[in-house]
Design a protein around this ligand. Structure first.
Ligand SMILES: Nc1nc2c(c(=O)[nH]1)N[C@H]1C(S)=C(S)[C@@H](COP(=O)(O)OP(=O)(O)OC[C@H]3O[C@@H](n4cnc5c(=O)[nH]c(N)nc54)[C@H](O)[C@@H]3O)O[C@H]1N2
Ligand SMILES: Nc1nc2c(c(=O)[nH]1)N[C@H]1C(S)=C(S)[C@@H](COP(=O)(O)OP(=O)(O)OC[C@H]3O[C@@H](n4cnc5c(=O)[nH]c(N)nc54)[C@H](O)[C@@H]3O)O[C@H]1N2
Ligand code: SF4
Ligand SMILES: [Mo]
Length: 688
């Protein structure tokens, strides 16, 4: 590795998709950096991220377990990589290429996501690769593709929101999940749709807006009721619908049956509130509808997002300057991570793996025969469920995900991991999944490596190295390249810029076209949003201003109807559990549970319960409770919350083991996106 020249590096936060600007100096000290997305702000996670660089629990040497029951012991890199390559080759020789599986992540840089996808298809020859974005953005992505012909979370710069008059947030708790984003919403009347009175909902009330509190899993009906109100109260934008869309009549045939009072009976939101919000949206000049995981992580998440898009289209929002529809991407590279081929059905540039022209283009860049590229594989949840089964993968490589904590039905996932012949995890810290592995590969963190990330507005950003990784640690790219070399396969560079150059070529002509983006342009300070097909192209900050990405240039309304959650409350499991996030923890908590300042604020799992509901279960505020579903049990400290719906409880999913919310969750999948239903499971409360 070369010497670090600058005293501090201009980079971005390791965590969420807002990708706030950071300075990191040679000793790993983090400071806030002025950047449009965060305007010089950081949240508590960003401020404390530097403490993980020299953390005492940092993984600094490969670990290997000689057999399934043996302890993990330190080994050298040569031994570790040779062992993995030899075991992978043996599994493949015995069971075929699809017996080796790869699991990636939306936190990986574009370069890593790209190289991992190529590694799976070319070096391993397996179709079995998917990633944690299936748990995150896949429903929003599928609905965006269906309506607009392209999937870019925000099709406009995040700073466009600064001038908004009205913003509807469906299932987004941005005050906790992207605090600096609230700075862009300061001038708007906010409407927050969330079963809980979150800090974001409080802000909505303070802004003169509304907090709508639907039953978890019923947003689709709420949006249908609002579309009905839009039509009946004369708010349709008929000119826009005629010029820029198709499908309104079919969508209306469904919505016609959902007058607000009828919708209210299913979703619990007062019909008058539906009408009020529609009037606000229709009468304001600058207005946005944004969705996040609360509306999307359902077994009918794609249709639910479509219902919000239908409403936005009926009111003429998408593609109109100063207005729009968007979905708030979650992970640091959640956007880029879903474009470059680590998804089971996809090749770089957001190309479908089943499209012969796409296969030919990418195979050309990779120097392989298109017929040698595998077809689509299993989606994340299905992949995990197949591990160790007779027709399923026998070996799994994980990069950047802590599936033992974050995947649905976590107890069953633990059984599947235990049934593998070989589990390899590349991680920075000893998270739950890493500690269950046969081989642990210690990798560099964000401030120790170069690369690119694509933030929630489709802007490509440079991640820059501020300091060298601890000795004994390699970058993910070096690990992937090293494994390919051990397997005897060439064509896997480890230098980020070289990988990016290849990615540019592979993405050229695809929907997510990066061909015109280069490290030089980014380092010169250009703000490049994809698509950017040529070096002379300025990038595309705003999509849809002239046309949508379907062949006819029009957006599509899709007729979607109410479908109940996959699991409904009954006598045995009378409550709806929903899950999500708190400000101080990130995802599976592998990182933030190790940051003292953060772990001190929320040290253990909790369950938010309405006081009456708690009393009925014989529980009081501060008691330890057992939350029980058909899949398993989670221990959590009771937090009585009077503003919560009495039929609903909420648990954060940031804790593992006995405290894992995912012991409860239902792996029911959306039929299109294959996203699991994280946001609704039937549970009961017990005293321990
Ligand atoms: N602090 C923190 N910030 C993060 C992350 C983190 O782990 N911690 N993760 C990042 C990532 S990857 C993501 S994906 C984003 C997620 O960002 P958000 O989507 O804002 O986060 P969640 O807490 O998952 O869900 C948002 C809200 O949905 C509500 N909800 C539950 N069920 C329903 C429902 O049926 N309908 C509606 N309308 N709402 C419902 C929940 O009560 C919750 O308040 O956050 C990113 N930022
Ligand atoms: N019940 C419930 N479950 C959920 C959700 C929910 O709302 N409710 N949300 C889902 C969503 S939206 C998401 S995005 C997932 C996220 O859940 P996970 O996929 O588990 O994501 P993280 O916790 O971010 O896991 C990242 C792991 O990778 C490591 N890591 C960090 N950076 C790097 C790197 O550069 N390289 C490598 N190799 N490793 C790295 C971290 O130390 C950590 O162990 O959880 C999903 N699970
Ligand atoms: S909002 Fe997201 S990107 Fe910004 S500091 Fe917090 S975690 Fe990091
Ligand atoms: Mo996510």
């Amino acid at each position: 590795m070369g010497a670090i020249v600058e005293a501090r590096a201009a980079t971005h936060c390791p965590y969420c998709a807002l990708q706030c600007g950071q300075w990191v100096d040679r000793s790993g000290r983090v400071d806030a950096r002025e950047f449009p997305a965060n305007r010089g702000g950081l949240c508590q996670k960003g401020w404390t991220s530097g403490s993980l660089l020299a953390h005492p629990e940092r993984l600094t040497t490969p670990l290997l377990r000689a057999s399934r029951d043996a302890e993990l012991t330190p080994v050298g890199w040569d031994t570790a990589l040779a062992h993995v390559a030899q075991r992978l080759a043996a599994v493949r020789a015995e069971h075929g290429p699809d017996a080796v599986a790869v699991f990636g992540a939306g936190g990986l840089t574009n370069e890593k996501a790209y190289l991992l996808g190529k590694f799976a298809r070319v070096a391993l020859g397996t179709s079995q690769i998917d990633y944690n974005g299936r748990f995150c953005m896949s429903s929003a992505a599928a609905a965006g593709n269906r309506a607009f012909g392209i999937d870019r979370g925000l099709p406009f710069p995040v700073t466009d929101l600064d001038d908004a008059d009205v913003v509807v947030l469906a299932g987004a708790n941005v005050a906790e999940t992207m605090p600096p984003l609230m700075g862009h919403l300061g001038g708007a009347r906010l409407v927050v749709i969330d079963p809980r009175r979150t800090p974001t909902a409080e802000r909505a009330i303070a802004s003169g807006g509304l907090h709508l509190q639907p039953v978890p899993g019923t947003d689709l009906v709420l949006a249908l009721g609002m579309l009905h109100a839009a039509v009946v109260d004369g708010h349709l934008d008929a000119d826009y619908l005629a010029e820029r869309t198709t499908g309104f009549d079919d969508a209306w045939r469904v919505a016609a049956q959902w007058w607000p009072e009828r919708a209210e009976r299913v979703c619990g939101v007062p019909a008058t509130d539906m009408r009020t919000v529609v009037t606000w949206l229709a009468e304001a000049s600058r207005r946005y509808v944004l969705t996040a995981r609360g509306a999307e992580q359902h077994a009918h998440g794609v249709d639910t997002v479509s219902s919000w898009i239908n409403l936005a289209l009926a009111l003429g929002l998408p593609g109109r300057p100063g207005s729009g529809f968007g979905t708030i991407t979650g992970q640091g590279n959640g956007q880029g991570g879903r474009e470059h081929g680590q998804k089971s059905d996809q090749l770089p540039g957001y190309r479908p793996i089943t499209d012969p022209a796409a296969r030919e283009h990418v195979a050309g860049v990779w120097g392989v025969d298109p017929d040698a590229l595998p077809g689509p594989g299993r989606s994340a949840t299905e992949l995990l469920a197949a591990l160790g089964r007779p027709d399923g993968p026998k070996a799994l490589l994980v990069f950047g995900s802590n599936v033992l904590v974050s995947a649905p039905n976590a107890t069953a996932v633990a059984e599947r991991l235990a049934a593998l012949d070989l589990l390899v995890v590349a991680d920075v810290l000893p998270g739950e999944t890493a500690m269950a592995a046969d081989v642990v590969l210690p990798v560099a963190q964000w401030a120790e490596e170069e690369g690119t990330m694509t933030n929630l507005e489709g802007r490509v950003l440079r991640r820059r190295r501020a300091l060298d990784p601890p000795s004994g640690v390699r970058t993910d790219l070096e690990v992937i390249a090293g494994l390919a070399a051990e397997l005897g396969v060439g064509g896997f560079p480890a230098e980020p810029e070289k990988v990016f150059e290849e990615l540019r070529a592979a993405s050229a002509g695809g929907l997510a076209d990066y061909a015109g983006i280069s490290y030089d342009r980014l380092d010169a300070g250009e703000a490049l949003h994809w698509p950017c097909p040529a070096e002379e192209h300025p990038g595309t900050p705003r999509l849809f201003t002239e046309r949508f990405a379907h062949a006819d240039g029009r957006a599509r309304l899709v007729p979607v109807d109410h479908t109940p959650a996959a699991e409904l409350p009954d006598v045995e499991y009378p409550l709806r559990a929903t899950t999500g996030r708190v400000l101080v923890h990130y995802q599976s908590g592998a990182q933030t549970r190790r940051v003292t300042e953060l772990a001190g604020v929320v040290p253990e799992a909790f369950v938010e319960v309405h006081p009456d509901t708690a009393a009925r279960a014989g529980l009081a505020d501060g008691d330890l409770a057992r939350v029980v579903s058909r899949r398993g049990t989670a221990q959590a400290r009771v937090r009585c919350v009077a503003s919560l719906r009495p039929d609903t409880v909420f648990l954060p999913f940031h804790f593992g083991g006995d405290q894992a919310a995912n012991n409860l969750t239902n792996p029911a999948l959306d039929p299109i996106s294959r996203m699991p239903e994280f946001k609704v499971a039937a549970v009961r409360l017990e005293r321990p």
